[in-house]
Design a protein around this ligand. Structure first.
Ligand SMILES: [Zn+2]
Ligand SMILES: [Zn+2]
Length: 286
């Protein structure tokens, strides 16, 4: 309990996880069905929800705030971002943060939950459809995220991470019928899942390396576009505490633009800026 680096969960368990396989298969069928049920209202809603869930929920919330604490935000906003994050179906905040912290501790080494060195398919989706699902197991994952485990809202949201998405699906259906449900539900979720999974697969395989990190991380512009800035992954592995991932003017990092705006408005405080020249240990602690 006291040592967060001890990995007691077997992240390499290759037994099929039938619950996750069935849920993901159904979502992919729904995503294909969406193309036969198109309305403008449904497409626009899907794009808006994709932005809210992937940019606010994952980029600004789960990743840069909850995992790395690269800035400080008011509690209500932290909770709101976590709620958006849960709507991606990437698991509750404690699961997501725990998995990602282990990824940084063990990047592309034994114990990394999703390294392409264990297979490209494994790093993208295989690790999700294998092993015992911990997506909703706050108790098992809390040892890697003890800070979040102290907050009853995060424990509740981790145990019931699928509930906000389910409720949203019912509301979408009531508002716009099947087109609205299929576009802003399954298709939007599937697109968001693959975009995030590409950060685990593609940005450890393809792209340029500005920093000579000990892992295989890369800066990949097209993954950055799909994920609002998360594709500048070599920068991020070199400077994990930095709120800014795109370091050059041409490295578009939409999440960073949001954090800058929030800082100007006084909503985000103690924003951590990249310290490119600092030694690695200092950069991580900065
Ligand atoms: Zn990585
Ligand atoms: Zn990270």
């Amino acid at each position: 309990m006291s040592n967060p680096t001890v990995v007691e969960i077997n992240f390499q368990d290759r037994k099929p996880n039938w619950v996750n396989i069935i849920v993901l298969a159904a979502l992919h069928v729904g995503a294909v069905a969406a193309f036969f049920n198109i309305t403008t209202q449904a497409v626009v809603t899907a794009f808006i929800l994709y932005y809210c869930c992937i940019c606010w929920g994952i980029g600004l919330g789960y990743h840069r705030l909850h995992t790395h604490r690269s800035y400080v935000a008011p509690k209500w906003l932290e909770h709101f971002f976590a709620l958006c994050g849960s709507m991606t179906l990437e698991g509750g905040p404690i699961f997501w943060v725990a998995t990602h912290r282990v990824h940084h501790q063990k990047s592309d080494r034994h114990g990394d939950p999703h390294s392409p060195r264990d297979g490209v398919w494994w790093s993208h989706m295989g690790w999700i459809v294998s092993g015992e699902s911990k997506h909703d197991d706050a108790a098992a994952m809390s040892r890697f995220a003890p800070d979040l485990a102290k907050d009853p809202f995060y424990v509740w949201l981790t145990n019931w991470h699928w509930l906000p998405l389910t409720i949203s699906g019912i509301i979408l259906f009531l508002i716009g019928g099947w087109p609205m449900f299929l576009w802003a539900g399954p298709l939007r979720v599937v697109a968001g899942l693959h975009a995030t999974w590409l950060v685990n697969s593609a940005t450890h395989l393809w792209g340029s390396r500005r920093f000579d990190t000990t892992d295989d991380s890369r800066n990949n512009w097209w993954v950055a576009l799909l994920t609002f800035g998360e594709g500048w992954h070599n920068n991020h592995h070199a400077l994990p505490a930095s709120a800014r991932h795109g370091l050059k003017w041409y490295e578009l990092d939409i999440s960073w633009l949001h954090i800058q705006l929030m800082e100007k408005l006084g909503i985000a405080t103690r924003v951590r800026y990249p310290r490119v020249d600092a030694p690695m240990a200092e950069r991580e602690a900065a």
